[in-house]
Design a protein around this ligand. Sequence first.
Ligand code: UDP
Ligand code: MG
Length: 309
Amino acid sequence: MKLLSVIVPCYNEEENIRDFYDELFRNDSFFRDKEIEVEVIYVDDGSKDRTVAEVKKLHEEDERVHLLSFSRNFGKEAAIYAGLQKSRGDMVVMMDVDLQDPPSLLPEMYNYIEQGYDSVATRRVTRKGEPPVRSFFARMFYKIMNRISKTEIVDGARDYRLMTRQVVDAILAMTEYNRFTKGIFGWVGYETKWLEYENIERKKGETKWSFWKLFVYSLEGITAFSTVPLTVAAVLGALFCVLALCLIVVIIAKTLIFGDPTSGWPSLVCIILLVSGIQLFCLGIVGQYLSKTYMEVKKRPIYLIKEDI
Ligand code: UDP
Ligand code: MG
């Protein structure tokens, strides 16, 4: 028998807990045929609704269901990490509880693992049902990100992945505090098969990601997997130095030849504003990296467990 660990991060998802369980075990015959034992680890990310109670109810009915609950909301990345640490399976799969990651894909994914792939990942090819502004910014983010980072980050990639123990251990070895999962998957490498599917809209409840949250998350991704913005700051500085030097030469020459005093302080004000703006912008970039470094250096735990059943 092989053990498959299913990791399900949940944050205020009371109405989805049971639906997910039912949908997952609709594949029961597949699990039996392939002699796969299943453990489901619901990671409750500090929910304020009845999520924990729902999972406990399921646990009483079926001992394959486990619960990890956090002391507060730590974010999906932390929930995934906790689930991976808890998992004992020879294979591990991560899925959203809202059924946007269809469990019906599991047999196909498992096929590829049997064929020798180390991990099978999924990406959605459409962004149907998403606000157009969000899609636009998401596309732009992936474009910029892949330009400035050596780690490949696939557009539309979901966190729905089936991995072998080897890959899981590699991910667990990355103990960083700022966990940008999409980047971490890309960074560890291994042979990955990509499956594509149409975006499925969430069945019940609401998305936990506001535009602002996604924006902050994207900045985190950039600082975690690229240092190009720091180089941009340096290059901008150098460019402005060269420009200033040239202008100084021109002005001195002009004064010596024509003897006219340099006039016009409005232009000077504009230049000062522009240059100090750029300086502040670059300082901000440095600040971003500094703050991330600060958080890493503190070595705070990534999550805190309240209950482990
Ligand atoms: N989630 C979580 N912690 C959070 C936010 C979300 O564990 O702080 C879980 C959520 O319960 C769901 C998954 O992460 O299982 C994806 O969240 P959501 O469906 O809101 O994101 P979307 O699919 O809209 O990107
Ligand atoms: Mg969702």
